[in-house]
Design a protein around this ligand. Structure first.
Ligand code: SF4
Length: 276
């Protein structure tokens, strides 16, 4: 079962429990009434969770349950998949699988098998070809993201891609984004982000103590380097920093939202977008 929004170019897999809830609603059950919904639930917490998730999908416009009713998953047509794929408002490139860090909780860290990780990289020509395909005949904006591993290990490839689409960037057809650990964020990189109006998402778990799981390959702490680099970027362009730079934290047993809110890093006035 899938939910579909043609307008937004979104196709979302619906897990069986959410499908059950949709079917209940189709039979006339008031799923927004907890007492009524829970009469049908084997696992009450999961029913409430998936009902709330369904509400969220519908709130953002992904509410057209057309696939099950119209076609069934097994007959989903290639042309529809093609249409949705190339009309997606976002594309994210895993520019490289390499990373210069070994955060303890990450698949690159000690807790995971090393053989699962490779050093594959995307070439700029591959990314350029994909973007050309995505912008063909497009009127709405395409958001292009660079992700890793650590994408700044492939900074040259990113530059080549961005330089190739200057006309589309100027006209607003393409918007650039990157998620980075900020250890390689030197002045050249910062100026490049500023010049091309990147949205920059930096991973940081809080102050030095909260950030202790985020280490280099050799086990050294990264906190001081990251704080130095983001401080440099803020000095280069304070407005860009305020408007375009956000921070992303992983929650674990060395930090918490409460700790973050009371930590010294809060005085830096960083802008947290997500807390995972
Ligand atoms: S910086 Fe990101 S990709 Fe690299 S080890 Fe840490 S969490 Fe993993």
């Amino acid at each position: 079962m899938y939910l579909l929004s043609r307008d937004r170019g979104i196709l979302i897999y619906i897990p069986p429990l959410m499908d059950e809830i949709i079917l209940l609603r189709n039979k006339g059950v008031d799923i927004n009434n907890d007492n009524e919904l829970l009469k049908y639930a084997n696992n009450q917490d999961l029913y409430i969770y998936y009902r709330n998730k369904l509400r969220y999908y519908e709130k953002i416009g992904v509410s057209y349950p057309g696939i099950r009713e119209e076609q069934g998953v097994s007959t989903l047509e290639a042309s529809l998949v093609d249409y949705l794929f190339y009309h997606s408002p976002n594309i994210v490139f895993e520019v490289t699988e390499s990373c210069n860090m070994r955060c303890k909780y990450c698949v690159y860290g000690d807790l995971y098998k090393k053989e699962d990780r490779t050093n594959r990289q995307l070439r700029s020509s591959q990314m350029i070809a994909a973007i050309k395909q995505f912008i063909r005949g497009r009127s709405g904006q395409l958001s292009v993201g660079f992700y890793g591993g650590e994408p700044l290990l492939s900074f040259n490839a990113i530059k080549e891609v961005v330089n190739q689409f200057q006309r589309e960037e100027s006209s607003g057809l393409i918007k650039w984004r990157i998620t980075t650990n900020a250890t390689l964020l030197n002045d050249e990189v910062a100026r490049f982000f500023i010049r091309h109006n990147f949205s920059v998402l930096i991973s940081l778990d809080g102050d030095a103590e909260c950030n202790a799981y985020r280490v280099y390959k050799d086990g050294r702490q990264t906190f001081n380097d990251v704080i130095y680099n983001i401080g440099r970027m803020r000095t280069l362009d304070p407005d860009f920093f305020q408007n375009n730079v956000r921070f992303n934290s992983v929650l674990h047993n060395k930090n918490s939202v409460k700790k973050y809110m009371t930590s010294s890093v809060r005085n830096l006035k960083l802008y947290h977008q997500y807390l995972n």
